[in-house]
Design a protein around this ligand. Sequence first.
Ligand code: ARG
Length: 460
Amino acid sequence: SDTKKWSGRFEEPVSALVERYTASIGFDYRLAAYDIQGSLAHARMLSAQGIITQDDLSAIEQGLRQIGDEIRDGRLEWSLQLEDVHLNIEKRLTELIGDAGKRLHTGRSRNDQVATDIRLYLRASIDEISQLTRSLQWSIVNLAENHTATAMPGFTHLQVAQPVTFGHHLMAYFEMFKRDVTRLSDCRKRANQLPLGAAALAGTSYPIDRRHVAQSLSFDGICENSLDAVSDRDFAIEFCACAALMMTHLSRFSEELILWMSPAIGFVSLADRFCTGSSIMPQKKNPDVPELVRGKTGRINGHLIALLTLMKAQPLAYNKDNQEDKEPLFDTVDTLIDTLRIYADMLSGIRVNPEAMRKAAMQGFSTATDLADYLVKKGIPFRDAHEIVARSVRYAEHKMCDLSDLTISELQQFSAIIEDDVFAVLTLQGSLNSRNHPGGTAPEQVRAAIVRAKNWLSEE
Ligand code: ARG
């Protein structure tokens, strides 16, 4: 068929199966807006360099604008025969404006074209994801602000360890997402380099001006080596690695929400719109959303491995393998964006049960370390203090009460040095207030952390 750009070279058309197998239009149509943007910049440069005429440029600009409208209104029919988004748009352009449309591809190849499109797409996606992450961080900060002094058990090994404030616990996630945002902005720098001009792999004999194109598309610079420009997908891999870490953070958060929502723990409950019931057990309210976030983390990790595996044995320069970069990348972006959106909303609708948290913190002898520290401050070596407290805990455990429920004479059985002032450190608030240094869980420090967080969020 003469719709194919290379038809003169072949004696028979490809089979329908091969056509379907090799086509990417089913997913890369999503690059259309970026493809048009890249083509406009390329055409303007060609005209500025005298490679095409001003009239050709005007026709191309008008034609591409019309195609953009057609796509937006769903009036352009994508054709599988035309393989991908690039050939579909070029074919339509030629239908609309004739020979000028055929001149657009001068000094360009689909290899540098598609690499440019993906970078433009990824850059926009990174910007959107960074914004959404910041919104999520605002939700975290706002929730933490209401709980700077809410005591809960801090865990190690999922055993009650020491009391922390719920605000402090939440702010741990703020830190993770802060690293994620900075990682994304670092990834963006390397993604934001222009491949166009590399043409198929070796560059082009036309007097092109790559910096002109880079500037008009707001790239930070140009890819320095034409072979690397068309074959590099590091930026996609880096992004997927950032995304996998973000999903890991969201998945850990989800795991905690799921645990906290279990009736046996009951620290929080989620708004009904994030939960579902059971078709058989009428009492159930299941945390489906956090469970799915945890589950979807698996596919995001999978996409990262898929891209690494895609690249690992490719010789330079472009290979058709690269067409397989898109679906994992698109799905990573889509999944992450949906997850971030739903999470910010879910956190603002969370209901906290401080009484359940306080009770749980009282149950596991969470202030035992505080008693040991109290003894150390009175001159007992830490290892001896540790042993004294261990025996007190065993005693309280037999009595089925907390350390703070023991009388002073009971405590003095384990060390005569203990006095009435011990009760100030055995209470949850005493324990929390004592951890009063930057990074500590004392309410005063959590409030300071929240101020720093708000300042960070308000920058730029
Ligand atoms: N659809 C292709 C891709 O996604 C575009 C580049 C094709 N280039 C080529 N020489 N076949 O990578």
